[in-house]
Design a protein around this ligand. Structure first.
Ligand code: ASP
Length: 345
């Protein structure tokens, strides 16, 4: 097959556990040189794809990640967009769900696969989950039918399943099976063969040029409600200087205390133009403020429903929307709509 016809994949290595190998002399785990990927993971050669790599310097443990990394990722993808059929982003697992969510908003008109993956054990260890994750992610990134990519969206591949990036959450700190998308079906499952769930995958109707949005505003706070939360804690969080939005993690279907002091604080915050987005603390299911009085009170005060959004997608969607210079009304409208499949609405 000539170079023209060979599929091409760009692997972007940001850091994280996956990229560690045992040093040949000392045995100590150290970052892997991804320029040597075809030597270290020879199985990849059998695909016959052109595989190029870009490694971040310095490599980052994803717990140290900040939105500048998302901007860098978006720019790398844009700069290489027409050169590759798909992109695989190797990333630490800790904040992978935030990064995949952020990129899903930042890459407008995406029509190629951008697949995040990583591993719980370094690729250089015997029982690693990294090789399977990497090899399958590359296969999915290159998968096409009639010349069209099978999964043209931002996704996370981990332990035999492909999930929509902005529906994903890390829910297990030690199992290989570390990610889930409780409110959205798997985009694909990898068994003996890879089964794609075409009905769940987003396919763009009209192809447009990729646009990247790199302006993000981080003036957001997450407030998790708990029995016994005091007025001073609530007041302090709602009044942090510069904060524009509060992602409020409430109970069940979006419920919170109905004490007068609680509602007064919320009302004040809404009056001072703060966006309060109601997200459930539950791992699955949706906010529905019309169900109980405890939710209804919040709705009356102008709190916005996050529906079945994950906290990761809520935070990054707000950062993205605040970067768009929208009026508060337009912003609220956008929160009520799905931008890239992050809510079931
Ligand atoms: N702390 C690591 C990271 O998120 C964990 C991992 O890669 O799984 O970068």
């Amino acid at each position: 097959m000539d170079e023209e016809q060979r599929k091409s994949i760009l692997i972007i290595y940001t850091g994280g556990t996956i990229g560690m190998v045992n040093h040949p002399e000392t045995g100590v785990l150290s970052p892997f040189d991804f320029n040597q990927i075809l030597i270290e993971v020879p199985e990849l050669k059998r695909f016959g794809y052109i595989i190029d790599t870009i490694s971040f310097t310095p490599l980052i443990d994803s717990s140290n990640l900040n939105p500048e990394v998302w901007v860098k990722l978006a720019e790398i993808i844009k700069d290489n967009y027409y050169k590759y059929n798909g992109f695989v982003v190797l990333h630490g697992t800790d904040t992978m769900a935030y990064s995949a969510s952020a990129l899903s908003f930042m890459l407008e008109n995406l029509d190629k696969p951008v697949i995040f993956t990583g591993s719980q054990l370094p690729i250089g260890t015997l029982r690693t989950d990294g090789k399977e994750n990497l090899i399958s992610a590359v296969e999915i990134a290159a998968a096409q039918q009639n010349g069209q990519p099978l999964v043209p969206e931002v996704s996370v591949y981990f332990e035999n399943k492909l999930l929509r990036g902005n529906r994903t959450t890390k829910y297990n700190a030690e199992h290989f099976n570390a990610f889930e998308s409780p409110n959205y079906p798997h985009l694909a499952d990898a068994g003996i063969s890879i089964k794609y769930n075409y009905a769940a995958i987003h396919y763009p109707v009209i192809k447009k040029d990729l646009i990247i949005h790199t302006s993000l505003d981080t003036n957001i706070v997450i407030l998790k409600i708990f029995p016994g939360i005091s007025r001073s804690v609530l007041h302090t969080i709602l009044n942090i200087k510069g904060i524009r939005a509060v992602v409020m993690e409430t109970y069940g279907a979006g419920n919170a205390p109905t004490d007068k002091w609680f509602l007064d604080e919320i009302e004040q915050a809404v009056k001072s133009e703060k966006i309060i987005l109601n997200v459930t603390q539950c791992h699955a299911g949706s906010v529905d403020m019309s169900k109980y009085e405890t939710g209804n009170e919040l709705q009356k005060l102008g709190i916005i429903s996050g529906y079945d959004i994950t906290t990761e997608a809520a935070v990054t969607k707000l950062m993205f929307l605040f970067g768009q210079d929208l009026s508060n009304d337009d912003l609220k409208q956008m929160l009520n709509h799905s931008i890239s499949g992050e809510i079931s609405k």
